[in-house]
Design a protein around this ligand. Structure first.
Ligand SMILES: *[C@@H]1O[C@H](CO)[C@@H](O)[C@H](O)[C@H]1NC(C)=O
Ligand SMILES: *[C@@H]1O[C@H](CO)[C@@H](O)[C@H](O)[C@H]1NC(C)=O
Ligand SMILES: [Zn+2]
Length: 499
């Protein structure tokens, strides 16, 4: 197949040469079209109305690309206000985007809500730690000191004493997000930004894992996605233990049941939302035996909640701790036991070529991963790339995450530009929206469409990316059909509204 295409091109080039000195314009045109045919969405046939909208988008994109400041070339924290003004972005917000397949539960809901709503609830205690961070805890009595927390203060009392509640709330938000006015100064390298990243998760945990908050939190999270015209979610979650005011602890099954109930309620209130599922994730910093136990537990939970549990993943910075191969004994358990536990591995979220971490890509494929989280390094691995394409293992591209976590600064240089130009199986997602200061998928779609895809990415590209999010989801075939039909209706309405 590859050989015959190569031969065709060689023959073509030979024809071009023999015409005369100048390449034949018609042949040139043909080559250009053949190349465009290969890109993401290159084979999508657009209706007349879609072509009209496409031409308009093209015009808008040319204008944004020639402006003094081009958002994808700038750090997202500084580009965000520019993107919010972009006409393309506003259209992307309205566009039905299908599914969000790579979001982490502890960063699902905007920090604004966590601070302005959750920390204002009664019984919320705060403690300032020695390393300049904070912890939150809901309790019906004065909490005991902990190793990281000597002195808990009731937030209500503290707020009453503080003169500047807005300033105080902003300082709390700073602990929960990476967002800053000066990203390059504050985060000089990957180590510094990852340290802040992991810290913010710990801060958020005290709020989110309070059982009554968790319910509202999920509901609010689904709401933020639905407002951004997303209809289905696959959420990576460690199913952390949740607690009540009196200190009662709930287990993972409780967490899944709650998630199921909240999702059901949300669909009742918003019938145009299809649903949500969980990818159970564990941290790479665990030992092999702990991951073995986690895999076994995930198998049990999937049996108990087949409609909600999609599969399993490992999270945490790939560079710092265990590789997939390091955990091979744990990850082989399902196959050994003769059961299926679909994997959705983060792999290749690195720019360290040739390291052990870099091998995670091939290992993820060897363990039959269903999708690849990030796959930032995939363009440099011809064999892994070929396998992922052949097996329809989609890459979950999260452009803003890659930029904020310092893998790439100018998104035009993102290696996924190669994957997009080849039409590699791909979906767009947002990874940790709250930490990066995004909501929904529109910001990441903007970066992929305008920055990574460049001028040649068109409405067909957007359409294919949205369809891909359903195609590569873990939904069973009949629900995929339902989801696709719902999406098509929304898409048709979107086109009518914009042409
Ligand atoms: C906080 O959120 C809950 C649930 O989303 C809502 O019912 C409540 O009114 C909110 N409270 C405040 C102070 O915004
Ligand atoms: C991956 O899939 C292949 C083909 O279905 C199967 O033979 C193999 O056992 C699977 N490997 C693992 C680790 O699940
Ligand atoms: Zn992730």
């Amino acid at each position: 197949m590859v050989i015959s295409i190569c031969q065709a091109v060689v023959t073509l080039l030979w024809f071009i040469r023999v015409t005369d000195g100048m390449p034949d314009p018609a042949q040139r045109d043909l080559l250009m079209r053949q190349e465009a045919f290969r890109q993401t969405g290159g084979q999508v046939a657009l209706t007349a109305a879609e072509q009209k909208l496409d031409a308009y988008l093209h015009h808008l994109k040319e204008r944004e690309m020639s402006a003094a400041q081009f958002p994808p070339a700038i750090h997202f924290f500084r580009a965000k206000p520019l993107i919010q003004k972009s006409s393309i972005f506003k259209m992307l917000q309205k566009m039905p985007k299908g599914a969000a397949l790579h979001i982490h539960s502890s960063s699902l809901v905007s920090v604004e809500w966590l601070v302005k709503n959750v920390t204002y609830r009664p019984h919320c205690y705060i403690c300032f730690t020695w390393d300049n961070s904070v912890r939150f805890l809901f309790s019906d009595r004065q909490p005991f000191p902990r190793w990281d927390c000597f002195y808990w203060q009731l937030l209500q009392t503290l707020r009453a004493k503080i003169g500047d509640p807005t300033g105080f709330d902003n300082s709390l938000m700073q602990h929960l997000t990476l967002f800053t006015e000066d990203p390059d100064g504050e985060y000089p390298n990957q180590d510094v930004v990852w340290e802040k990243f992991e810290k913010a998760f710990i801060v958020a945990a005290g709020l989110i894992t309070h059982a009554p908050v968790l319910r509202d939190y999920y509901y609010k999270g689904l709401g933020e996605l639905q407002l951004d015209n997303i209809m289905y979610l696959e959420l990576r979650s460690g199913l952390s233990r949740t607690y009540e005011l009196d200190g009662t602890i709930h287990d993972k099954a409780w967490c899944l049941k709650t998630f199921q109930e909240v999702t059901k309620k949300f669909i009742e209130d918003h019938p145009d939302f299809l649903g949500a599922r969980i990818i159970i994730s564990v941290h790479r910093a665990l030992s092999v035996s702990a991951v073995k136990a986690a895999v076994k537990e995930a198998i049990q939970l999937q049996k108990a909640f087949p409609d909600i549990v999609a599969g399993f993943d490992m999270v945490g910075r790939e560079n710092s701790v265990g590789t997939l191969w390091y955990f091979r004994e744990a990850l082989s358990l399902p196959a050994e036991m003769g059961v299926t536990l679909p994997y959705f591995f983060h792999a290749g979220e690195t720019d360290d070529e040739g390291t052990d971490v870099d091998q995670n890509l091939l290992d993820a494929l060897l363990f039959n991963t269903t999708r690849i989280g990030h796959g930032y390094a995939l363009a440099h691995h011809p064999l892994a790339k070929e396998l992922s394409r052949k097996r329809n293992v989609a890459v979950e591209l999260c452009p803003i995450s890659n930029q904020v976590l310092k893998l790439v600064s100018d998104l035009r240089n993102h290696p996924a530009a190669v994957l997009m130009s080849e039409g590699h199986p791909m979906v767009i997602s947002s990874d940790d929206p709250a930490l990066f200061g995004t909501t929904g998928l529109s910001y990441d779609f903007y970066q992929a469409f305008v920055g990574i895809g460049g001028l040649k990415a068109n409405l067909g590209t957007l359409k294919e990316l949205a369809v891909n999010s359903i195609r590569y989801s873990s939904l069973p075939p009949h629900l995929k059909d339902t989801c696709y039909a719902m999406w098509q209706n929304k898409w048709d309405a979107f086109i009518v509204d914009h042409s």
